[in-house]
Design a protein around this ligand. Structure first.
Ligand code: FAD
Length: 440
């Protein structure tokens, strides 16, 4: 525990004090005399190559708006919520006012921003808190996008406007206990009955599912044996979602196990555009680009806090920043961030030009996430003991990168997607039979 267990980060104002509550002012320097924690977020020093120049004015405006909100509203409270594995519901309306939900969707109350604008917003959320960015991505780039790309006009009009305002929240349920990487084998079934469908089965790991108003559920049509998509409401009889406990990463995100026992879904809530597993790829193509921007933002935040930390803290009579080995690590991190940003930016441009392939997106997601892990490990070393405290961001970000390395296709699966594209050989399934043991 830290030396300041009586200090509640939620009570701190922008300057890191709680004077606005009528309480005696408590400077964070009292709690952390060595250096400033992430509740007072560092300024952005990671944009070394002036990537702002690659953005339009509108995209730059989004960037600044999101950054300000995250630094003001989320940074002061995130370590506490992360440690307790609780979701800060009071922040949702503030995220709603950013108008980034349903980011690239045009119409239906959605902002209709460029994919680059959406990407930069994702990075700015993740720079401060990866859990918040996962909350928004699941809601927006998976659930809302599925409705936008695969839903009927009636469904889009009915669901998207309130989801765009974040006055309702959505989740996206593909993974099952026995079908993770092999999601196309999923076993949840949808049986046609008069006026609708009956869903039966289980889902696992589903972000936001414990409180989502709207659940996008993928199930196997018992007549066609193909995957279909459904919009299920949270109070549907037979539906339960329970929180998965003891995660070491993205602890603020509420991931759930969903059980469906004879859940009735009216015909109106079947997504007409999901008629096979391939149809999920329309959504995953975009969401994988967005997921690539999470580790970019996380690595930016890690660099930013490490830079400030090395300048603030002294050992052997000199700032940590003055030691050669520390500078080498810091510069390696900075180089990683520049390269990651450029790969992510190029992915957006390929997508906008209609040239992005699944292999491009998978390589981006896999490589960027790997580099972010390396960056986090270096940052964790630079912070010494504070490198294992959530209060200094790096330890939290270090852990948050682990699920990101795994979801939206693990590192290995994304490598195989690109490998298939560049070689023509699909290497997902091992040989059916084991090789004979040699008698020699
Ligand atoms: C925090 C978190 C949030 C998530 N949120 C959601 C969500 O909102 N909605 C949703 O639907 N899902 C979600 N997921 C599920 C996620 O997409 C899966 O965890 C992921 O696809 C991996 O599946 P798995 O965990 O079952 O691992 P497995 O598929 O069991 O893989 C285990 C290991 O084997 C490797 N492997 C598997 N198959 C192969 C192969 N053919 N070749 C080589 N290696 C292979 C994997 O790369 C991995 O290293 C989430 C997961 C986490 C951890």
């Amino acid at each position: 525990m830290t030396a300041h267990s009586s200090l509640n980060p939620a009570d701190l104002d922008k300057s890191g004090t709680r004077s606005h509550l009528g309480l005696p002012a408590m400077d964070v320097s009292l709690a952390f005399p060595q250096a400033t924690p992430a509740s007072v977020f560092p300024s952005c020093t990671s944009d070394y190559y002036h990537f702002d120049d690659l953005l339009t004015q509108e995209e730059r405006d989004i960037r600044i708006k999101v950054r300000k909100c995250m630094e003001k509203e989320v940074a002061p409270i995130m370590a506490r919520y992360w440690e307790r594995a609780e979701f800060p519901f009071h922040v949702v309306p503030k995220l709603g006012t950013l108008r980034i939900s349903g980011s690239t969707i045009k119409g239906y109350g959605c902002p209709g921003m460029s994919i680059t604008g959406s990407a930069i917003a994702t990075a700015e959320v993740a720079r401060v808190d990866a859990s918040c960015s996962t909350f928004i991505l699941v809601h927006s780039s998976l659930a809302m996008l599925t409705i936008a790309l695969c839903g009927s006009e009636q469904q889009k009009n009915r669901y998207l406007p309130s989801l765009a305002e974040l006055s309702t929240v959505a989740c996206w349920a593909l993974t099952e206990p026995d079908y993770g990487s092999d999601a196309s084998g999923l076993r949840t079934i949808a049986t046609k009955v008069e006026g609708g469908w009956i869903l039966e089965g289980q889902k696992r790991w589903i972000g936001n599912s414990t409180f989502a108003d709207v659940l996008i559920i993928f199930a196997r049509n018992t007549s066609t044996n193909q995957i279909n998509g459904f919009i299920v409401k949270k109070d549907a009889p037979g539906l339960t979602a329970s929180k998965i406990e003891n995660k070491i990463g993205l602890r603020i995100v509420q991931n759930g196990d969903i059980i469906m026992k004879k859940v009735f879904v009216p015909d109106d809530d079947r997504l007409p555009g999901v008629n096979s597993f391939q149809d999920t790829n329309k959504v995953l193509a975009v969401s994988r680009v967005m997921v690539s921007w999470q580790p970019i933002g996380i690595a930016m935040g890690i660099y930013d806090i490490c830079h400030r930390y090395l300048m603030e803290r002294k050992q052997f009579g000199a700032p940590l920043a003055a030691f050669q080995i520390n500078q080498q690590k810091l510069v390696q991190m900075l180089g990683n961030v520049q390269a990651m940003f450029l790969v992510g930016w190029r992915l957006c441009k390929l997508y906008e030009a209609g040239k992005m392939t699944p292999g491009h997106a998978s390589l981006g997601k896999a490589w960027i996430t790997k580099k972010a892990r390396e960056t986090a490990a270096l940052g964790r070393e630079l912070l010494g003991g504070n490198g294992i405290l959530a209060d200094f961001l790096v330890a939290k970000a270090f852990c948050d990168l682990e699920p990101i390395y795994t979801y939206e296709g693990t590192y290995e699966i994304n490598s195989l997607v690109t490998g298939r594209e560049v070689t023509g050989y699909a290497a997902f399934k091992p040989a059916a039979s084991k090789p004979q043991r040699s008698r020699l």
